[in-house]
Design a protein. Structure first.
Length: 128
């Protein structure tokens, strides 16, 4: 299967039995992720395998990363959703991918691959 034919769930590594954590805000995050998770347990605390967040700035991402880093499994990941350049105003996003990567580097989080979400949003994986 070519990269372009992968479903969003495959791109994000969502497979049955993984514990998924979805940040409460913004509301669209839950609407995007939850339908992809047929056989997954959703957790709001404790350890998870995959966490999803959609910050509006690098500073907000740092705050969320500090909270989530201890909550992800050592092999787990945090997917950060953010708008493409032309949709920044719509999502009230202030920042850049480089800022987001730089601000969490001291926390030991490394930037991984990216995955397109839809025509407005993209995502980037951070891991230990």
């Amino acid at each position: 299967m070519s990269r372009n034919n992968k479903s969003l769930a495959e791109k994000w590594g969502i497979i049955p039995w993984l514990k998924i954590r979805i940040d409460r805000e913004p509301a669209y995050l839950k609407e995007l992720v939850e339908p992809l998770c047929d056989d997954n347990k959703f957790v709001t605390q404790g350890v998870c395998d995959i966490a999803f967040v959609a910050p509006t700035s690098a500073a907000e991402w740092k705050q969320k990363a500090r909270r989530l880093k201890p909550a992800i499994d050592p092999d787990g990941v945090i997917w950060v959703l953010f708008p493409r350049e032309e949709f920044r105003a719509k999502y009230r996003f202030d920042g850049s991918l480089q800022e987001m990567a730089d601000i969490v580097k001291p926390l030991g989080l490394k930037q991984g691959r990216q995955a397109a979400v839809n025509e407005e949003l993209t995502s980037v994986r951070f891991h230990l």
